[in-house]
Design a protein around this ligand. Structure first.
Ligand SMILES: Nc1nc2c(c(=O)[nH]1)N[C@H]1C(S)=C(S)[C@@H](COP(=O)(O)O)O[C@H]1N2
Ligand SMILES: [Mo]
Length: 213
């Protein structure tokens, strides 16, 4: 009679390894493992498109900052405008290369707000009720853009217009569309997907898709 206990235990062990196993490397060195290149910029969200115009849009920066900000469209446009070309990787396994985001560096906006010493984490709040979390440090990277345009045109409402965050070094769920506020705090607060099992760090090059990966 076979040793069922051992068999079951080894199968569970295998399943766990399988679940956490990395995908094969992609042929294109710019495409992370397990991803497929696309060119049609798919749309992904909760299905709620908030009714925001450049007139009604405001961006708040609050929490552990010296100067709370509440920018309107004119104030946002008056800030230094930059362009940053980066690749966009969605956890649902598509990647689009060479996205030419235009907008304001998150770094520049946070410099205006002056984070307090105790500020270590941020929550990005969106007009559709979505949230996502990041270490403050991740937001200070040069390639993190609070974007109003991409692919040579203003962001469409579907893609998060008038303004979205873009965090190229993380899976795209960290790139909050319809950005409404940046809240700084001392301790990390998991966002919408992060409380539902998505990985807290979300590095596509480490295939950090789910919290048990
Ligand atoms: N406000 C908000 N931002 C969001 C989402 C969302 O549902 N709401 N979805 C995220 C996910 S899962 C992805 S893959 C990207 C998709 O951006 P896109 O629709 O412009 O391709 O937006 C992210 N930002
Ligand atoms: Mo996603």
């Amino acid at each position: 009679m076979p040793d069922w206990k051992k068999l079951i235990a080894s199968k569970i062990a295998l399943a766990k390894t399988g679940g956490g196993q990395r995908s094969k490397p992609s042929a294109n060195a710019r495409i992370p493992a397990g991803q497929t290149e696309v060119g049609n910029f798919p749309r992904l969200d909760l299905g709620i498109v908030p009714d925001i115009t450049t007139e009604s849009w405001r961006l708040r920066v609050y929490g552990l900052v010296e100067h709370e900000l509440n920018l309107d469209w004119a104030a946002f446009q008056a800030m230094q405008q930059v362009k940053d070309v980066s690749d966009f990787h969605c956890v649902t396994r598509w990647s689009q290369l060479d996205m030419d985001w235009q907008g304001v560096r998150a770094h520049d906006l946070l410099a205006l707000a002056q984070p307090k010493q105790t500020a270590k984490f941020v929550t990005l709040h969106s007009y559709d009720g979505y949230t996502t979390n990041l270490p403050l440090e991740a937001l200070l990277d040069d390639d993190v853009i609070i974007a109003h345009s991409v692919l040579g045109a203003p962001l469409t409402l579907e893609h998060g217009g008038p303004v979205r965050m873009v965090v190229p070094k993380r899976y795209a769920w960290k790139s909050a569309k319809w950005l409404q506020a940046i809240e700084l705090h001392e301790f990390d607060r998991p966002g919408f997907w992060e409380v539902r099992g998505y990985h807290n760090d979300a590095d596509p090059w480490l295939e950090q898709r789910f919290s048990d990966d």
